[in-house]
Ligand binder design. Structure first.
Ligand SMILES: [Fe+2]
Length: 370
C-alpha cells in the first residue's frame, strides 16, 4: 500500500469490518455489469481518462467525508482517477491490481444446517463468485471446492478448532484453479475426487454412494453427471448438498465446456436432466450449497444458498420435460469463460501455475445457464 494505492487485502479487511468507503469502478459499463466489487458504483470514465479527458471523473458527486477507492482492470488507469479526486481534496486511492487482483479477495458466511452435527462455513471469492465450503464436526473438517489461498481455509478451521482431514472437488473445474492439491499438501488431508480418468495425479476416488466421515458427520457422494461427466454432489448428513456446478440458486450448470462437439454437449444436457431429477428426489428442505454465484458477494455474512424446494420454484428448467430442458439449455449457452482450456489443463495435470493465478482466472464465472 502507498499513499495513492490500497492493497486487495486492505480493502477486503475494510469491507469485512464494515468501514465506510466509497468504491468507484471506472471501467466500461459492460465490464462492470459482468463483475465488480460488491457495493461499488460504476462511473464509466475509463476510455475518457485514457484519452486525457478528465471532465467525467471531475463531475462525479462523491461523499466528501469517506475514503474513495477507484478500481479499473489492473490498477493503472484508476491512478489517473485518483489524481483527479485527490485534487478535489478527497481521500482517494487506487486498488492495486484492479479487478484482476480483486479476483482473489474473499469473505465468509456461516450456513445454518438444522439437523446436522456439522458446522458449515461458506468461503467465497467475492468478485468472481466462487463458493467453497468448510464442513466441520468435532475437531475435524472437510473443505469442498477450495478456490482461494489454502492458508485461508487453514486459518478459518483453526479458529473453529478444526483440523482439515479431507479436501474434495465436485468436478474438474474450468473457471478457477483448484486449490485442493496445495491445500491437501499443506494440511496432510486426503484429496478426494469423483472417480474419473481425467486427472494425471494420485487421488482418492469417490464413486456414487461412497461415504467419508468427518468428525461426527458423514459426506456422501452422489454422482451427478452433466456439467461434466464426472460431476458429483456431496450430501452432508443428509441435510445439505454441495452441488458444485450442477445446480445453482437460480440456474443450472452449463453442459458444454470442453465438450468435443454439440453432440457431446447434448449428451451432457440429457445426463444433467437425470442428475437434477436425482437431486430433486432428496427431501425438499435439503439445503443447496452451490459452487458459484453470478453476482458479486456482499460482505454481509449471509450465505449464498437455497433449499431444493425454493430452487425448483426459481429455476424454470427444473419443471420442464427432458426434451424441453435439453432444447432450452443448449439454446441459452453463454460465452465460454476466458482461459478455461488453460485452467482445465492445470487442473487435470495437478500443477499450479508458477505465476499469479489471477492472470488466468480474472473475470466472472460463466458456468451457469439461467
Ligand atoms: Fe465447473
Amino acid at each position: 500500500m502507498t499513499n495513492l494505492t490500497i492493497s486487495v487485502s486492505e480493502l477486503r479487511n475494510m469491507l469485512d469490518r464494515g468501514d465506510p468507503v466509497t468504491v468507484v469502478d471506472i471501467r466500461r459499463a459492460e465490464q462492470y455489469a459482468e463483475w465488480t466489487v460488491a457495493g461499488s458504483r460504476n462511473v464509466d470514465v475509463y476510455d475518457a481518462l485514457a484519452m486525457g479527458d478528465t471532465s467525467g471523473i471531475d463531475a462525479v458527486d462523491l461523499p466528501p467525508d469517506r475514503p474513495v477507492v477507484a478500481v479499473c482492470n489492473v490498477g493503472r488507469t484508476s491512478l489517473l482517477a485518483v489524481d483527479r479526486l485527490r485534487r478535489r481534496g478527497l481521500d482517494a486511492r487506487s486498488l492495486e491490481g484492479g479487478m484482476q487482483g480483486w479476483s482473489l479477495a474473499w469473505n465468509a458466511a456461516p450456513v445454518p444446517v438444522p439437523g446436522s452435527t456439522a458446522t458449515v462455513i461458506q468461503v467465497r471469492r467475492t468478485g468472481k463468485g466462487c463458493l467453497s465450503y468448510l464442513i466441520g464436526s468435532t475437531g475435524e473438517a472437510a473443505v469442498i471446492d477450495p478456490s482461494v489461498d489454502p492458508q485461508v481455509y487453514v486459518d478459518v478451521a483453526a479458529k473453529q478448532g478444526w483440523r482439515i482431514t479431507a479436501v474434495l472437488d465436485t468436478h474438474v473445474h474450468a473457471d478457477h484453479l483448484s486449490r485442493s492439491g496445495p491445500l491437501a499438501q499443506l494440511t496432510g488431508a486426503t484429496y478426494y475426487l469423483p472417480d474419473q480418468q481425467r486427472v494425471k495425479f494420485p487421488f482418492a476416488a469417490l464413486r456414487d454412494g461412497a461415504e467419508i466421515t468427518v468428525g461426527g458427520s458423514t459426506i456422501r457422494a452422489l454422482s451427478t453427471p452433466g456439467h461434466t461427466f464426472e460431476s458429483t454432489c456431496y450430501l452432508v448428513d443428509g441435510k445439505a448438498v454441495c452441488t458444485g456446478d450442477t445446480l445453482f440458486v437460480n440456474a443450472v450448470g452449463r453442459p458444454d465446456l470442453k465438450a468435443s462437439d454439440r453432440d457431446e454437449a447434448a449428451k451432457r444436457a440429457h445426463a444433467l436432466y437425470a442428475s437434477l431429477t436425482k437431486l430433486q428426489a432428496l427431501p425438499p428442505d435439503t439445503i443447496v450449497l452451490p459452487c458459484h454465484t453470478s453476482a458479486p458477494i456482499a460482505f454481509d455474512g449471509r450465505p449464498v444458498a437455497t433449499s431444493l424446494s425454493e430452487a425448483a420454484k426459481v429455476v424454470a428448467a427444473l419443471g420442464a420435460t427432458e426434451d424441453a430442458f435439453v432444447r432450452a439449455i443448449l439454446s441459452r449457452i453463454p460465452a465460454t469463460p476466458p482461459n478455461h482450456l488453460y485452467i482445465v489443463e492445470f487442473n487435470e495435470s495437478g500443477e499450479f501455475p508458477p505465476f499469479d493465478p489471477a492472470m488466468l482466472e480474472a473475470g466472472a464465472n460463466r458456468c451457469a445457464v439461467a
